[in-house]
Design a protein around this ligand. Structure first.
Ligand SMILES: [Zn+2]
Length: 325
């Protein structure tokens, strides 16, 4: 009798040990698997890491800091990072290096897909030429403040789901990543890459928050006119430019669909339009990407990195069974 109990306990000990060992295995997932230039990549892990660094040809192209993602009762917590493939990245082989304080945890191979971008030629009148070319301490100060905001990685998570487009119109007059040539009124040209999308909407069109967030800038700027910037998650921002009116103040917390203001043609604009932009760790990001998919797809990530079958959590019954897929 005693012997049988011992065997039973021993079997239980072996099983528990195996399950424990399984939970120590470092797991990760990368969404999407083959991103295009300008698209964001979400990395989910079941352990801890400080940052994810995108590298190609021995060079660092982008990075994202890991943050803890809130979970519901009974769910396994995890960490996630988001980084953007720069729109100037070459197609081909790259790696995402996951790092902690002591070094590299793992290198994840990644293929960057090819992508074509539009070309725009924009003729500027003397006034608009002046906005771009005349030295201006105020313009420089505004640029420095903008850079400081976009390079800041906060800790608050306001939004992890999909974004909604900021206007109902689908009429676009300029696309993300288009390679631009500005032709100045007095001769001469300059080049730039369009950081967002332009909606050709009449002055006075309602502009809505694309997701929940905090208003971190709501002010008039020389180049971008009346401008609003929202912070959605650590390092993730949405920007709304050339507004006619601003309806929010800095430090306000807004939800998706909140009226931020109305569209216009303030600042460097050749006509009424809304410029909508997404910045992730100070990298121009295709705004359509997080309309099509959530910033953090918890189900997709947990399915890949959880050591337990996801279904058991959903029914509220946690089974001590290692994941078999
Ligand atoms: Zn624009």
């Amino acid at each position: 009798m005693k012997k049988r109990v011992f065997v039973f306990l021993f079997a239980g000990f072996i099983f528990t040990t195996l399950a424990g060992a399984q939970s120590l295995q470092f797991k990760y997932t990368v969404i999407p698997e083959t991103p295009r230039p300008g698209e964001p990549v979400t990395i989910g892990i079941n352990g801890t890491a400080r940052q994810a660094v995108l590298r190609a040809n021995e060079r660092q192209l982008a990075r994202g800091l890991f943050f803890s993602v809130p979970v519901q009762d009974g769910e396994q917590g995890f960490m996630a990072a988001v980084l953007t493939i720069p729109s100037t990245a070459n197609p081909g082989e790259a790696v995402i290096r996951l790092e902690n304080e002591t070094g590299v945890i793992v290198e994840i191979p990644l293929t960057i897909a090819g992508r074509e971008f539009d070309a725009d030629i924009i003729d500027l009148n003397p006034t608009l030429t002046g906005i771009r070319t005349e030295p201006s301490p105020q313009r420089t100060a505004e640029a420095n403040r903008l850079a400081a905001i976009l390079n800041r990685t906060g800790s608050e998570i306001y939004h992890t789901g999909n974004f909604i487009p900021p206007v109902t119109s689908t009429r676009r007059t300029s696309f993300f990543g288009s390679r631009r040539v500005y032709r100045y009124s007095g001769g001469g040209t300059d080049t730039a890459i369009h950081a967002g999308v332009d909606y050709g909407v009449p002055t006075g069109t309602q502009v809505l928050a694309c997701g929940s967030g905090k208003v971190v800038l709501a002010t008039m700027r020389i180049v971008t006119g009346n401008s609003v910037i929202l912070e959605h998650a650590p390092g993730i921002y949405s920007l709304y430019y050339h507004l006619d009116t601003i309806n929010v103040q800095e430090d306000m917390i807004v939800t998706a669909g909140t009226l931020l203001g109305t569209s216009g043609s303030t600042g460097l604009a050749t006509g009424p339009h809304l410029h909508w932009e997404i910045q992730i760790n100070a990298e121009n990001t295709d705004p359509d990407a997080f309309v099509a998919r959530p910033i953090i797809d918890k189900d997709a990530i947990l399915t890949k990195i959880s050591i337990y079958r996801r279904a058991y959590y959903k029914t509220g019954v946690i089974m001590e069974e290692p994941q078999a897929f």
